[in-house]
Design a protein around this ligand. Structure first.
Ligand SMILES: Nc1nc2c(ncn2[C@@H]2O[C@H](COP(=O)(O)OP(=O)(O)OP(=O)(O)O)[C@@H](O)[C@H]2O)c(=O)[nH]1
Ligand SMILES: [Mg+2]
Length: 266
């Protein structure tokens, strides 16, 4: 297998080759969940486990499960649940917070986990439990998200943002002294046609390559991306590939809208 993934035949595996080998091994080694990745009811866990109502300890580490389902709450004697290193795990049910005997919940290295969010997981068991209990008690939708404007310098990120935020959806554009420095963050609240308020935290990234290394730290997962390019340039010179791969590697599965600007100049 080593030779199969040593694509450039230099007898070492670089970062990309090691990642490809790891990804292939993930599916080759039998794992709970890998045969039923689309199982929305049990998250890939064999349903028979939820009949073991006396079970006290359950380790589901290094598996391919996508969710811990509500059925887990049938295991009323469960004291320890370990779901570490599950790269596909996205959510835990709120009702898990009410399992009476649960004293330990291990949730390390689950990069896709959104519920509970990483900020809560890093604070430990009591915080996770409190979060899950609140979730079970009903929740209101959070209508806040980040709107990220990325692309080369001069693509029109600041201009588009100003146009969107202005009442008439128009702007006179920007002048030389408006070149963005670092990242400019400001809130933008929009009222939808059904009278619902959505608040965006807009992140206007400077397009100069000087900032590219530090920008990487701010490419958040919970965001919508607008990747701008000036159609006056050929798309191959517009940095699209750089930004698409940066966003895809730091924030996989997040939506990216590619927006062409300067179309009025034809
Ligand atoms: N004609 C035309 N001019 C545009 C358009 N979008 C932006 N501009 C102009 O292009 C220039 C650069 O626009 P900015 O919005 O500052 O570009 P930016 O992407 O924010 O640039 P950085 O802050 O350096 O990353 C300004 O002079 C804008 O007025 C467009 O769609 N049409
Ligand atoms: Mg700008």
């Amino acid at each position: 297998m080593f030779h199969e993934y040593d694509l450039n035949k230099n007898s070492t595996l670089d970062e990309t080759e090691t990642a490809a080998l790891n990804a292939s091994l993930f599916w080759k080694v039998p794992r709970v969940g890998s045969n039923c990745i689309t199982d929305t009811e049990y998250g890939g866990i064999p349903p028979v486990i939820f009949l073991l109502t006396s079970l006290e300890t359950l380790h589901l580490d290094f598996q391919a499960i996508t969710a811990v389902p509500v059925h887990m709450c049938r295991l009323q004697n469960l004291k320890l649940l370990s779901v570490c290193n599950n790269p596909l795990l996205e959510s835990l049910p709120g009702s898990l917070g009410h399992l009476p005997s649960l004293k330990t919940l291990k949730l390390v290295s689950n990069p896709s986990l959104r519920t509970p969010p990483h900020e809560v997981v890093s604070r430990g068991f009591m915080s996770i439990k409190a979060y899950l209990k609140r979730l079970a008690g009903g929740f209101t939708e959070c209508r806040r998200t980040k709107l990220m404007f990325v692309g080369l310098g001069g693509a029109g990120k600041t201009s588009l943002l100003r146009a969107l935020m202005s009442g008439k959806k128009k702007t006179a554009g920007t002048s030389a002294e408006d070149i963005t420095d670092g990242i400019q963050i400001q809130p933008w609240t929009v009222r939808t046609s059904d009278d619902i308020e959505v608040t965006y935290s807009t992140w206007d990234f400077a397009g100069q390559t000087l900032y590219y290394n530090t920008h990487q730290f701010f490419l958040s997962k919970r965001a919508v991306y607008l990747l701008l390019w000036s159609t006056r340039q050929g798309f191959e010179h517009a940095g699209l590939e750089f930004w698409l791969s940066s966003v895809a590697s730091h924030a996989p599965k997040t939506p990216i809208f590619v927006v062409g600007t300067h179309c009025d100049q034809y």
